[in-house]
Design a protein around this ligand. Structure first.
Ligand code: FE
Length: 338
């Protein structure tokens, strides 16, 4: 911009204002709604002077909204949970690749793609009731297809993103034929038709309605840290297994996001993404939902996660987890895991 342009902007006033406004905001569409996230955005605003305009919504609704807004979408950054949902946004062509030394240095290569970045990690764990199930029988995801567990397994619907991402990881490690046989074996072992969320499965295992379930780690941690005695009683009745420690490691999924192709404030969007990878933000991002930071050097003191202890996580590239969910869906459909 030369002096003449500046002079015109100054003279019109309005132009100057909108030019300023354009520099000073970032529009964030987020499917995360945790209290700690507010503190996170306040810190970003203070550090950069860039105001975070937040639009909250359900994961699939936000994707639909960004899609229907098209080139006119005000959205700069989209944050959601689960690799399969990030894959959906990616396949719809909503993301713009971000080249950032900061993000490349801070986020391990297997936890980012050309289009989006992971900012926190959750594990999909096996949880059992030791009065009903022998712990030695439930040490791997593959074990869940063992006929010994007939009538014991509770799980949410097969087509839920959490199970599709798990199915995608199993597919990548074990191949199509074994994954399909696994899904059939799992279905044959169900205590009841899949229903409810992960917390419902945990409660059913604690109550003895089923012997074993799979659930995301933060649901277990949430019950462990709950103010309600009845929640802690559920947690006390469960034994948590880190699956596949002797093979490919426990399946992990992510919260993550990226910059949108139509972003009107691309430079600010990149700053916000880089901020999410900072030490300070990583703590908030992870701890707000009992998750782990993706940046290795960042340590979070979380009493529930500390109690669950360390584990070997699957390091399958997250882009592979996400891209395999479509095939996992077909396999689950054939196996009747719905
Ligand atoms: Fe969840």
């Amino acid at each position: 911009m030369n002096f003449r342009h500046l002079a015109i902007l100054a003279a019109t006033g309005l132009g100057a204002q909108s030019a300023l406004a354009q520099q000073a905001v970032v529009n964030l569409y987020t499917a995360r709604h945790y209290q700690t996230d507010e503190a996170l955005y306040a810190k970003f605003e203070k550090a950069t002077g860039i105001k975070v305009n937040r639009i909250e919504g359900k994961e699939d609704e936000l994707i639909e909204r960004i899609r229907s807004e098209g080139a006119n979408s005000p959205a700069d950054v989209f944050i959601t949970v689960d690799a399969s949902r990030l894959a959906k946004a990616e396949q719809l062509g909503l993301f713009a690749p971000v080249k950032s030394k900061v993000l490349e240095q801070r986020i391990p290569a297997h936890l980012r793609t050309a289009d989006w970045f992971s900012f926190s990690l959750r594990a999909r764990v096996i949880v059992y009731n030791s009065a009903l199930v022998n712990g030695a029988d439930v040490q791997t995801y593959e074990d869940l297809a063992n006929p010994r567990l007939k009538g014991r397994i509770c799980v949410r619907e097969g087509n839920h993103p959490y199970n599709l991402s798990l199915g995608s990881a199993i597919l990548a490690h074990d191949g199509t034929a074994r994954t399909e046989a696994w899904a059939r074996g799992l279905v044959a072992n169900l205590a009841r038709a899949p229903k409810g969320g992960d917390t419902d499965q945990l409660k059913s295992v604690a109550a003895g309605e089923c012997g074993v379930a799979v659930a995301n780690s933060y649901y277990v941690a949430r019950l462990m840290r709950s103010d309600k005695p009845e929640d802690r009683k559920v947690a006390d009745a469960l034994t948590v297994v880190w699956p596949n420690q002797k093979s490919w490691g426990t399946h992990v999924n992510v919260s993550g996001g990226g910059m949108l192709k139509s972003a009107p404030n691309k430079a600010n969007a990149q700053k916000l993404l880089e901020f999410f990878a900072s030490d300070e933000a990583q703590v908030y991002f992870a701890d707000g939902n009992n998750e782990w930071p993706v940046v290795k050097s960042v340590k979070v003191r979380n009493p529930a996660l500390d109690k669950l202890g360390p584990f070997k996580a699957d390091e399958l590239p997250i882009g592979k987890v996400s891209s395999g969910t479509a095939e996992a869906q077909k396999i689950f459909d054939r196996a009747g895991f719905m």
